[in-house]
Design a protein around this ligand. Structure first.
Ligand code: UT7
Length: 330
């Protein structure tokens, strides 16, 4: 079989219009702009109201990505939605397909929390490499604000809502040069959005589970430690697969969880500050959306240029973490 390459040919993003800055948060919980800014780098986050669906915002980001790739909805073979906060537990990718009118596309959701975009990129790449699909729309979208405990100051200051998307296409030259993915379920309890339930007896001896999802719980210190240790390691591994070193990286595009994590990872890899893409101050942690949102802004600002070498890495609940090394454009 002929080797089929992969190119990332377009990007788009969208966020809800309403935002909450740190001063506003300080009216809800005992915190301060000074604490949040120094510990996380976050200054504000965009939040979706009830009338703003995840599918709608994801479809807006997706339409922008298609436009920038020069494709129409009808060209799309596969829509992959990385999310932990679908509008419907059966999945939201098909709703997005419907909004876009991408009638030929197969559509499904993929859940890997804040690693969802990188896991999705690698998943999309497998379909392209095997010749099954040629044009894939990969969307990372989350509305964690739906599941935040707004009385828990240790976590509610971190999260925001948004969506980002990229188009991956079959290409003569292969621009996806290396990747590595990892999971560690033994640390699952560090970060959860868990279903809890009680038994409801239907007839004697037959019960079903009746429950609901609980707000996000997080051991911030453990997640911080995990990220700062594992993310540089996995980027190094992905670079090794690509036969490259950190010196070859033009842009480090990490999951935007905390500015201190971005700085620490860059420092460990010896990648200078001016190569680190960061928009965490304006959006907070948007989970699966954060990498494509940061990528799209950097492309539209003209920072990321065709041919630039990007090291992207996501990390989060699961625990999961992953890295992908790719060149922007065809
Ligand atoms: O996608 C992955 C998602 N998760 C993450 O990326 C989280 C990674 N972890 C982190 O980013 C950091 O651990 C946090 C930003 C969550 C917390 O920063 P920290 O430097 O680890 O703070 P801490 O948890 O050690 O708390 C220090 C102090 C505590 O007070 P005491 O016990 O020292 O008196 C907290 O109670 O800060 C207090 N604190 C706050 N104070 C004001 C915790 N949250 C707040 C707050 N405002 N929002």
């Amino acid at each position: 079989m002929q080797n089929i390459g992969i190119a990332v040919t377009g990007s788009g993003s969208a966020v809800p219009s309403t935002f909450l800055d740190n001063h506003g948060l300080a009216e809800i919980v005992e915190t301060s702009d000074e604490w949040i800014t120094t510990r996380t780098g976050i200054r504000q986050r965009h939040l979706a109201k009830c009338s703003e669906s995840l599918s709608a915002i994801a479809a807006t980001a997706a339409a922008r990505a298609l436009e920038s790739a020069g494709l129409t909805a009808n060209d799309v073979d596969l829509i992959l939605l990385a999310t932990s906060t679908p509008d419907d537990l059966f999945g939201s990718a098909c709703q997005i397909q419907g909004i876009l009118g991408a009638n030929r596309a197969v559509a499904f959701d993929l859940t890997a929390a804040c690693s969802g975009f990188v896991f999705g990129l690698v998943t999309a790449a497998q379909y392209i490499r095997t010749g099954v699909f040629r044009n894939v729309l990969l969307i990372g979208a989350d509305m964690l604000s739906r599941w935040v405990d707004w009385e828990d100051r240790r976590s509610c200051v971190l999260f925001g809502d948004g969506a980002g998307a990229v188009v991956l296409q079959a290409n003569q030259s292969d621009r996806l040069l290396g990747f590595e993915l990892k999971s560690d379920g033994s640390q699952n309890s560090c970060l959860n959005l868990a279903y809890t339930c009680e038994d409801q007896e239907l007839i004697p001896g037959v019960s079903v589970s009746r429950g609901k999802f609980q707000p996000i719980t997080m051991n911030g210190k453990e997640v911080y430690r995990f990220a700062v240790q594992k993310v540089p390691e996995i980027i190094d591994k992905a670079l090794f697969h690509a036969n490259l070193s950190p010196d070859n990286v033009d842009w480090l595009v990490l999951h935007q969880a905390n500015q201190r994590i971005l700085d620490a990872v860059a420092q460990r890899l010896n990648i200078p500050e001016n190569k680190v893409i960061s928009n965490v101050s304006r959006y907070g942690n948007t989970s699966a959306a954060s990498i494509p949102l940061a990528l799209d802004e950097a492309v539209r600002e003209g920072k990321i240029q065709p041919g630039d070498m990007i090291a992207a890495s996501g990390f989060g609940a699961g625990l999961t973490w992953g890295a992908a090394i790719f060149q922007w454009g065809r």
